[in-house]
Design a protein around this ligand. Structure first.
Ligand SMILES: [Zn+2]
Length: 338
C-alpha cells in the first residue's frame, strides 16, 4: 500500500516584512504555539491621531499589541476589549478589537501628573499606570454574555499582567513580549512614525500534567518553610529561554520579517507558520450609534449637553465629532410638541 503523502511543504522564511499582520505559528516538537504581531501604519494612525505625550503613546502602543495578540485568538465573531483602570497618571487604557481584524484604542490621562512624571523621568509602564487592574472582556453581542477576566496591576508592566493572567486564570504557561518604538526618517516621507510588535508563546502539551507551573512565591511563609517544588517541563524551559533572548528591535525592525524572527528562534526545532491575518486601524463609531446613545439618556441630561444651541459628541477613539440639533435626539413627544 502506498504511504499517503502527509509531508508538510517546507520553505525558507519570507525576507520581506509584512506590517500590520498577525502571524500564528507552532513548534510541534516542543508543544509550543504562539503568534507574532507586527504593526506599522495601523499603530501609527492610532497613536498619531491622539497626539498623547510620548510615554503615554508608547504605553498605549504596548496595550494595542497585547489586545491584538489576545483578540486574534477568539474563535467566534465579536469583540475583545482590554481595559486598564488604575490610580496612576494614566488611569485608563482601552483597546477595542473587533474580529477578525479591526482595532481602535485610546487612553485617559491626567495631564499635570503625566507632565510631572516626565519631568521626574518616571515614565516606565509601572509608574504611569500605578495600581489597579487590567480587565479583558469578550462580547459576542446581542444576548450573548460578556466574559470578563481580571488581573491586578501592581506597579508592573502589561507583560507582567499578561503573565499573571495566564498563570492564574488559564493555567497555560505563557510568555509575552511587547515593543513599541518611534522611527525617524529623512527620506522625504513622513519624518516620524510609530512601529510596534510583539510575540506570544504558549506551552500546550497534549498531556496536561506537563503544563505544570512552579508554585507561586510562598510570600511571608515562615523562614525554613520549604515550598512544594514543581519543576518546569524541559520543552517549556527551552521555549521560554528562547523568547527571553528576543530584543525589542527584532520585534519592530522592518528589516526582520515575522517569519525571519521565528526562523531565527526555532529553526533547530522546526517551526510551522499558518496564514497571517491583516490588521487595520478602524473606528466603529457612527452617527447612528451616537444618536442612539443620546436618545438613551433622560431629556434633562440631554438639555445639560446643549452648548451654543447644539449637542456635539466627540468619539474618544478617533476624535470624530458628531453634531446634533437638540430636536433631532429629543424624546418623540417633546419633538412633536415643538
Ligand atoms: Zn470613532
Amino acid at each position: 500500500m502506498p504511504t499517503p503523502d502527509t509531508a508538510i511543504p517546507s520553505r525558507a522564511p519570507a525576507e520581506v516584512s509584512a506590517d500590520d499582520t498577525v502571524q500564528p505559528f507552532e513548534v510541534a516538537t516542543l508543544d509550543l504555539r504562539g503568534r507574532v504581531v507586527r504593526l506599522g501604519p495601523a499603530v501609527d494612525q492610532i497613536l498619531e491621531g491622539h497626539n498623547y505625550p510620548q510615554p503615554v503613546a508608547k504605553l498605549l502602543g504596548e496595550a494595542i499589541v497585547l489586545g491584538i495578540m489576545l483578540g486574534t485568538a477568539l474563535k467566534f465573531e465579536g469583540r475583545f476589549i482590554l481595559q486598564t483602570k488604575t490610580d496612576g497618571p494614566v488611569p485608563m487604557l482601552v483597546v477595542d478589537f473587533i474580529t477578525p481584524n479591526k482595532v481602535r484604542a485610546c487612553a485617559r490621562l491626567d495631564k499635570d501628573r503625566v507632565a510631572a512624571a516626565i519631568a521626574a523621568g518616571k515614565t516606565d509602564a509601572g509608574s504611569l499606570l500605578g495600581r489597579g487592574h487590567l480587565a479583558m472582556t469578550i462580547d459576542q453581542g446581542g444576548d450573548m454574555s460578556r466574559y470578563q477576566g481580571l488581573v491586578a496591576l501592581d506597579g508592573g508592566t502589561l507583560e507582567d499582567a499578561a503573565h499573571e493572567y495566564f498563570l492564574r486564570s488559564e493555567q497555560i504557561p505563557t510568555r509575552v513580549r511587547l515593543a513599541v518604538a518611534e522611527e525617524f526618517r529623512g527620506d522625504g516621507g513622513p519624518k516620524h512614525r510609530w512601529r510596534a510588535g510583539g510575540i506570544l508563546l504558549q506551552f500546550v502539551p497534549r498531556a496536561p500534567e506537563r503544563a505544570r507551573v512552579p508554585d507561586l512565591d510562598p510570600g511571608d511563609a515562615p523562614q525554613g518553610h520549604t515550598a512544594h517544588v514543581v519543576s518546569e517541563d524541559d520543552a517549556w524551559v527551552e521555549g521560554r529561554s528562547l523568547i527571553e533572548t528576543v530584543e525589542d528591535i527584532e520585534l519592530i525592525d522592518p528589516a526582520v520579517s515575522s517569519e525571519r524572527l521565528l526562523y531565527r528562534l526555532f529553526h533547530e526545532r522546526g517551526v510551522r507558520v499558518f496564514n497571517a491575518v491583516d490588521m487595520t486601524a478602524q473606528c466603529s463609531c457612527s452617527r447612528d450609534n451616537v444618536e442612539g446613545m443620546l436618545r438613551s439618556f433622560p431629556q434633562t441630561d440631554r438639555d445639560d449637553m446643549v452648548e451654543n444651541g447644539v449637542i456635539s459628541v466627540t468619539c474618544e477613539f478617533c476624535s470624530q465629532t458628531y453634531v446634533f440639533q437638540p430636536t433631532e435626539v429629543a424624546d418623540e413627544r417633546i419633538a412633536n410638541s415643538e
